[in-house]
Design a protein. Structure first.
Length: 143
């Protein structure tokens, strides 16, 4: 019984040593590791502040001010976006104007998630879905 355990142990050691030797001799000791493509740094398009009026029954009751940045894929898309800043502002104001930007009617909390989703859809319509990574709201406050 002891002899069988010793023989099996020697076979395992020889097999492991043989595999390591085979690997290093044939591959010159280098590992074939697929290099991951380095992640590109984020590229942003900064829009000036957007003021969205909030209407009451017959008048403007407050204004919500948003500072919006669009994260795009590359510098070329950024240049294209800067050429279309007026289109972005127009589309964003059309989408946000006239409706409530709050989570619940009567609440004082601005619904940032909904605003980002709506603005991303508008930005994708202008630049293309593949070119817009995210919408970032860097400021949102009410006056």
């Amino acid at each position: 019984m002891k002899l069988i355990i010793i023989v099996v142990g020697l076979l395992v050691l020889l097999g492991g040593g043989g595999a390591a030797g085979y690997f290093f001799l044939l591959h010159d000791g280098e590992l074939d590791v697929a290099e991951a493509e380095p992640e590109r740094p984020p590229v942003y398009v900064d829009l000036n502040e957007i003021a969205v009026p909030q209407y009451g029954k017959s008048r403007i009751v407050s204004t919500i001010r948003l500072r919006v940045s669009i994260q795009v894929n590359d510098e070329q898309t950024r240049r294209k976006a800067y050429q279309r800043l007026t289109l972005f502002k127009d589309a964003f104001l059309k989408d946000l104007n006239g409706g409530s930007l709050r989570r619940d009617e009567g609440a004082r909390v601005i619904d940032l998630v909904s605003i980002k989703r709506r603005l991303k859809a508008r930005a994708e319509a202008i630049l293309g879905r593949a070119n817009v990574r995210a919408i970032l709201l860097t400021q949102a406050y009410e006056i």
